[in-house]
Ligand binder design. Structure first.
Ligand SMILES: NC(=O)C1=CN([C@@H]2O[C@H](COP(=O)(O)OP(=O)(O)OC[C@H]3O[C@@H](n4cnc5c(N)ncnc54)[C@H](O)[C@@H]3O)[C@@H](O)[C@H]2O)C=CC1
Ligand SMILES: O=C(CO)COP(=O)(O)O
Length: 337
């Protein structure tokens, strides 16, 4: 019997739990709210996220953390990046033989600047860690639409374990051992997507969006390579692929947050209007610090930071970006600069 516990009853946790239960896996979805967990088990619908999806009958839900932890040695963490450490700390006492943890959040911890694999290694050092990332809007996955993603782990056998567990006919899973690359791609694309929303709200055209996405990828590659990632990973699903889906789709929360900022809302007003987590707004804070320390040039992410946290008008940020000194697009080994 294949069992999986998914922690986090938001859009992505619910979509993944539904996908896997639809394929016959025994899945328990842990929600923070007892009321939400009860509603899922009794009505087969999540009252807060993906409300219209009829969830697979094999999907059950609980708000009891120890029951959820004991249910399976395969834990998927689907809480937002800033909640990942506290969830791991709460779960640490329930570690069991053969435990494997797969994180699906895309972000960097603001308080420490750590990537989530580093957080996992601190809190559950003996844990077998993997992460799943790539272009995968929850709404489409829950509707059974095809998607292709990557599961990364330092140990290839761990990545293959999750590939076997999570792959379905509509959800194609590739493996990677480039944990840093997959983490950086997933985290930074959210920041660039906020920028894409701002650009759209300013009335800029498709040319500008294409420039933003491609130069955004250059930032992701520069930072990733400085941290030891393989630039080819970032040209793949978890870099370029996820950047595209997030910058071009109205389903993206990061893009929609950017739209509201571009229309003149403050970050607080835009986040309240969204009502869901847009990781880019958090990640950009850690990113700016990281890049300064590492001396990596990330002008687009800096501009997003200016719009969100300094209230700099988007038109000013655009002008500042355009008047930077002329340079070659691809200096030799540009990703190492
Ligand atoms: N929604 C999507 O299409 C996708 C989301 N992701 C990533 O998955 C992560 C979660 O995103 P969503 O599910 O969309 O977010 P969401 O905003 O829909 O839901 C977040 C869930 O986490 C719970 N939560 C928040 N803080 C918590 C805490 N301290 N302890 C326990 N539970 C807590 C909330 O109650 C809520 O159920 C994010 O990092 C996101 O980038 C990744 C791929 C696709
Ligand atoms: O990561 C995602 C799709 O791959 C979801 O993006 P948003 O968080 O911007 O909705």
């Amino acid at each position: 019997m294949t069992t999986i516990t998914v922690f986090g009853g938001g859009s992505w946790g619910t979509a993944l739990a539904h996908l896997l239960a639809s394929e016959g896996r025994d899945v328990l979805l842990w929600c923070r709210s007892a009321e939400q967990a009860r509603a899922i088990t009794l009505t087969g619908r999540n009252p807060k996220h993906l409300k219209t999806v009829d969830l697979a009958p094999k999907l059950l839900s609980t708000a009891n953390l120890s029951d959820a932890a004991d249910f399976s040695p395969n834990w998927i963490s689907a809480v937002p990046a800033q909640a990942f450490r506290s969830l791991m700390e709460r779960l640490a006492p329930f570690r069991q033989e053969g435990l494997r943890i797969c994180n699906v959040a895309k972000g960097i911890e603001i308080a420490s600047g750590f990537r989530l694999s580093e957080v996992a290694a601190q809190v559950i050092p003996d844990g077998d860690y993997a992460l799943l990332s790539g272009p995968s809007h929850a709404e489409e996955v829950a509707a059974g639409q095809p998607a292709a993603v990557v599961v990364a782990a330092v140990d290839e056998a761990t990545a293959r374990h999750w590939q076997e567990l999570v792959m379905t006919p509509a959800f194609r899973v590739y493996t990677s051992t480039d944990v840093v690359g997959v983490e950086i791609g997933g985290a930074v694309k959210n920041v660039i997507a906020v920028g894409a929303g701002i650009a759209r709200a300013m009335g800029l055209g498709d040319n500008a969006t294409a420039a933003l996405v491609t130069r955004g990828l250059a930032e992701i590659m520069r930072l990733g390579a400085r941290l030891g990632a393989n630039p080819l990973t970032l040209a793949g699903l978890t870099g370029a692929g996820d950047l595209m889906v997030t910058c071009f789709s109205g389903l993206s929360r990061n893009y929609r947050l950017g739209l509201e900022i571009g229309r003149g809302k403050s970050l607080q007003e835009a986040s309240d209007a969204l009502g869901e987590v847009a990781e880019g707004a958090f990640t950009v804070r850690a990113l700016v610090e990281h890049a300064l320390k590492l001396d990596v040039d990330i002008p687009l992410s800096m501009a997003v930071y200016g719009a969100l946290y300094r209230g700099t008008p988007p038109a000013e940020l655009l002008e500042a970006l355009l008047v930077r000194s002329p340079k070659p697009e691809m200096p030799p080994l540009f990703w190492r600069e």
